[in-house]
Design a protein around this ligand. Structure first.
Ligand code: BGC
Length: 767
């Protein structure tokens, strides 16, 4: 698709209204605050194609599973993030005509996502069917400082006429999910009221009893004169208040709508309506202007910790800030019950549930840009689901251990494609790896003794039972698995899965040893609580020693799986481009038989366990696998970009970075209308910080090995590391590290230790 958004360092700007792009923009311009989110739907009536979407984190529905052929072990349902009460709605009737951008003539249209201050702005001029012309300016945000509050300022000015406007400000809880399996409505009526300028709708999910109350208050004034509402009405799951205001040519009618959206996830259900009233009263007394400036201050703080500045390339600057903005909108880490859905609050696809994407791709972003507790909460989330993961393993016939689900909302498996649900078990390794990553980055070893060890032991027990011993070869193998490359499934001995399994066993044993040494009594408590037997740890050692890894000595590469080399080996560049993307042009059968790779697989291992492999090994594997990789998962390019940086393949690194840097802004995969690729946005951040910045933590030392893409004048990124906040500025000549805190710190730049005292800047030459 031809890019249609204007380049700007801090804003996403759409000028001119193209209805065919509206649903894409609805995703891109979404707003969220970690607690709830809203697609960039119009407040006023719009009868063109649109996905009305308002989502509340953690409120989901168990939609009955739909599969062609049932397999034992499939989950009964797929947990879906729920599209909830539309709180933004305003119906405007101007001199008898409904304002509707699908029927009016639209000019001067501008939509802007202001990422610096965290709000959505829209302006347009509409010529109605009778020739009346109005201009509209609308601003809205969901508040970061008051998580349950959304606020709208909507201004209408008649250009060429006097007349009357009827304004219906409403709450509509009769909402359906666009992806419901059986077109079922998930919400049931509870209560609706409307009096004066206030209205309330409480609905509840038909299953699981999530109660959801929205309460709104609306104010209207024309040219500064307050207008009283004329009527208020309700019907099932709906409530509104209606105003009639005079319109005078050139004089503005301003509407202020505040909404509190509260659920029984956070408050007892019998006090929900009272809570909504109290929150709404607070928000109204603060007022739109003050709420908006608090929003700006809150975003200032977020940018202070997580901004990346790219000089000399506005398009790249806009792309990376867009990604950081959405990451910060999606997960704020205060609530350990929440996680990061691949589409965040921007759409319904993927059910809004948790995937291994969180541990493998998102965690590094939060580790380096936010308070330690925020990433810790991502680990606690999995700890809270441990019992469910144990049940999941039992359901599949294991006698012990934990298998975390491929997709989940509440710890139970939601996924239902056997070759993924039952076989893509490498996800368990990513969850163990995340504990390592967290401890390695933060130095918070206590986490292992507090919660981490329990997760590690149960995952290790799963691996112990999932491998099988092959006596004639004296090795352990793992058959019937799917690696990260879903274009080759149900394979034997996927190198990455075998490797991450064995690595987990090793890390678990090492963590147990460390705990025994540092806190013997805590160690003993865990041994008892987990009924850990010496035979188990002995078996784990044996598996580590005798794990089978497919390799090809001639090529010097690890094999993605047994018999990988028996496939017809070819490069993507040798394919006619008409075949790409394969997933849209080839049958599934043809994809599976081919050598083509969806996303990093062996190379995912080289990325995670980078410290275990020398450069030559990484290079041989990269040179072998990357040319066969089609990167048809948006999670793929970042891993390749980071490894390419390490190998000095600067053009390749930049090329890979570009593939996701503006994935949604340029609708690269032609699917942004479904929602933005939130988890791959974290990958783009990794490409810049871990790739171009070369940031790594090895043995408690922060390492940097930056290089700067030729197109850029400079780039800088912020990271928080062990109490210090550093701003790393890389130009073609220098690397400057500014310590923005008083905490003395040291950084290894190209392996040389550089001390950066509190509030100091140190500069070294770029290599
Ligand atoms: C990828 C998975 C990923 C999922 C959700 C799939 O296309 O292959 O690795 O977990 O998307 O992002």
């Amino acid at each position: 698709m031809k890019p249609y958004l204007k380049e700007h360092p801090w804003s996403i700007i759409e000028e001119g209204f193209d209805q065919t792009k509206h649903e894409i923009s609805e995703s891109i311009f979404s707003i969220g605050n970690g607690h709830m989110g809203q697609r960039a739907n119009f407040e006023e009536t719009y009868t063109g194609a649109s996905l009305q979407g308002s989502y509340m984190a953690g409120v989901y529905y168990p939609d009955k599973t739909r599969v062609g052929w049932w397999k034992n072990g499939y989950p009964e349902y797929f947990a879906k993030v729920l599209n909830a009460t539309n709180w933004i709605g305003l119906k405007l009737v101007i001199n008898g005509i409904i304002l509707n951008l699908n029927t009016a003539k639209v000019s001067e249209f501008k939509r802007e996502l202001n990422m610096k201050e965290g709000f959505l702005y829209r302006a347009f001029t509409a010529t109605l069917e009778n020739g009346d012309i109005v201009t509209v300016e609308a601003t809205r945000f969901v508040s970061i400082t008051m998580k349950e509050i959304g606020a709208i300022e909507y201004k209408v000015t008649p250009v060429n006429f006097d007349g009357e406007i009827e304004i219906t400000s409403f709450l509509d809880g009769d909402i359906i999910n666009s992806d419901a399996n059986y077109d079922e409505k998930f919400w049931a009526e509870v209560n609706q009221t409307a009096t004066d300028n206030k209205a309330l709708v409480t609905v509840k999910t038909k299953k699981l009893d999530f109660y959801y109350t929205s309460k709104m208050q609306t104010f209207v004034d024309t040219d500064g004169v307050n207008i009283e509402p004329t009527t208020a009405s309700t019907r099932e799951k709906y409530a509104d208040v209606v105003f009639h205001a005079p319109l005078k040519q050139g004089k503005t009618t301003a509407i202020y709508k505040y909404a509190a959206n509260v659920t029984n996830r956070d408050h007892a259900h019998d006090v929900l309506e009272a809570v909504a009233t109290a929150k709404l009263t607070d928000a109204v007394s603060i007022g739109f202007g003050a709420l908006k400036s608090a929003q700006k201050d809150a975003w200032d703080k977020k940018w202070q910790d997580s901004d990346i500045v790219i000089e000399g390339d506005v398009s790249a600057q806009q792309g990376i800030r867009f990604n950081i903005f959405h990451m910060n909108q999606t997960y704020t880490g205060e609530d350990a019950r929440l996680n990061i859905g691949p589409k965040g609050f921007t759409g319904e696809k993927y059910g809004g549930s948790t995937y291994w994407d969180t541990e493998a791709y998102c965690l590094p972003f939060y580790l380096a840009t936010a308070d330690q507790n925020i990433s810790r909460n991502l680990l606690v989330y999995r700890h809270n689901h441990l019992e469910k993961a144990k049940e999941n393993a039992q359901k599949l016939g294991f006698t012990k251990g934990a298998l975390y689900p491929m997709v989940t909302m509440n710890g139970e498996e939601s996924h239902n494609e056997w070759e993924i649900t039952f076989e893509e078990i490498h996800r368990n390794g990513a969850i163990a790896y995340a504990i390592y990553d967290y401890v390695n980055y933060t130095g918070d070893k206590d986490y292992i003794g507090e919660l981490g060890i329990e997760v590690l032991v149960e995952i290790s027990r799963f691996w112990e039972e999932r491998v099988h011993y092959v006596p004639r070869k004296d090795v352990y193998m793992m058959h019937g698995v799917t690696g990260p490359n879903e274009y080759d499934n149900n394979v034997n001995n996927n190198w990455y899965t075998n490797r991450i399994a064995s690595w987990t066993l090793d890390y678990t044993l090492q963590s147990l040893r460390d705990l025994k040494e540092t806190d013997p009594s805590l160690y003993q408590q865990w041994v008892e609580k987990l009924h850990l037997q010496p035979e188990e740890t002995t078996k784990w050692e044996d598996i580590i020693d005798k794990m089978y890894y497919p390799v090809d000595e001639n090529l010097g590469v690890f094999l993605q799986a047994d018999n990988f080399l028996d496939k017809e080996i070819m490069k993507v560049e040798d394919l006619d481009s008409k075949h790409l993307p394969l997933n849209q042009n080839w049958s599934w059968d043809r994809i599976l038989r081919s050598c083509f790779i969806k996303q990093a697989d062996v190379l995912q291992g080289m990325h995670f366990l980078n410290h275990e492999y020398d450069l030559d090994t990484i290079k041989r594997n990269f040179d072998f696998y990357e040319p066969m990789t089609v990167h048809e998962s948006s999670l793929s390019p970042c891993v390749h970009s980071i490894l390419a940086c390490q190998l000095g393949y600067q053009d390749k690194a930049y090329d890979m970075y570009l593939r996701t840097a503006r994935l949604d802004l340029d609708n690269y995969n032609n699917d942004t209308e479904d929602g933005c690729h939130i988890t791959s946005m974290a990958g783009t951040w990794m490409s810049v910080v871990q790739g171009f910045g070369g940031m790594k933590v090895i043995d408690h030392d922060l390492h940097l090995r930056p290089f700067i893409p030729g197109k850029w004048d400079s780039f800088s990124f912020k990271i928080v590391f062990r109490g210090a906040r550093l701003n790393i500025h890389v130009t073609q000549q220098h690397i400057e590290v500014t310590n923005e805190t008083a905490v003395d710190t040291a950084v290894k730049i190209f392996d040389e230790t550089v001390h950066v005292g509190g509030n100091e800047t140190v500069s070294v030459k770029t290599k």
